[in-house]
Ligand binder design. Structure first.
Ligand code: OGA
Ligand code: MN
Length: 211
């Protein structure tokens, strides 16, 4: 089923491509139809309630470890074919992948994505999304799934932009933030309520033999 396939020259996608080309990042406050955001939020809450989300690790491969002093979220990776709303989301992100390739020649080959739940008080300290031993992640994309989020709930994504400019993004349902993975340090501030998102990365093919 390709119900959510959108053309790569859709104005929303072109705006993101243009923002990335000029600023290296983009914030789209209304990226998804409200109904799809609601379904994704429900799916995330269901999985959390069923105990399917697990403490996120730091780093890659065997060196990966869980350190709540660095990040306190619980995650589950998306697989195609598990839920229609997730498949619709992956379909839309694949359209964005194609648009990024057409506009920026990034050679993005796939998109990996996980649900994330930050319980109250959880945070993710300042970091960059690209691993030192793995530079396949090119573009990060975070979609927020929170209903009626207010600034006093905290949980902002703090982006450290160029020239010591900081920008705080409220994790409001339906908002998508996209940025070049290697360029911008960022952090997740603690919140007073559960903070849900779908976080993902567009990747290019690795240039080592084992990728
Ligand atoms: C991450 C991350 C940002 C956010 O998972 O690497 O930085 O706003 N998430 O959830
Ligand atoms: Mn990050």
């Amino acid at each position: 089923m390709h119900a959510m396939r959108i053309p790569t020259d859709h104005p929303l996608l072109l705006r993101i491509v243009d923002d990335l080309a000029t600023h290296g990042w983009s914030q789209q406050n209304i990226f998804l139809p409200e109904s799809l955001t609601r379904e994704l939020a429900q799916e995330c809450r269901k999985r959390a309630a069923e105990g399917e989300l697990e403490p996120a690790g730091i780093g890659r491969g065997p060196a990966q470890e869980v350190r709540e002093g660095i990040r306190g979220d619980r995650i589950q990776w998306l697989e195609p074919g598990q839920a229609e709303c997730c498949d619709n989301y992956l379909e839309i992100m694949d359209s964005l992948r194609l648009a990024l390739n057409q506009g920026l020649f990034l050679g993005l080959e796939d998109f990996e994505s996980h649900f994330a739940q930050y319980p109250p008080g959880a945070f993710y300290l300042r970091h960059v999304d690209r691993f030192r031993d793995d530079d396949k992640r090119m573009v990060s994309a975070v979609l927020y799934l929170n209903d009626a989020w207010r600034p006093e709930h905290g949980g902002q994504l703090r982006m450290y932009l160029k020239n010591e400019v900081e920008c705080d993004v409220e994790p409001i349902g339906g908002c998508l933030v996209v940025f070049l993975s290697g360029e911008f340090p960022h952090e997740v501030l603690p919140a007073t309520r559960d903070r849900l998102s779908l976080t993902g990365w567009f990747r290019r093919r690795g240039n080592d033999l084992f990728a």
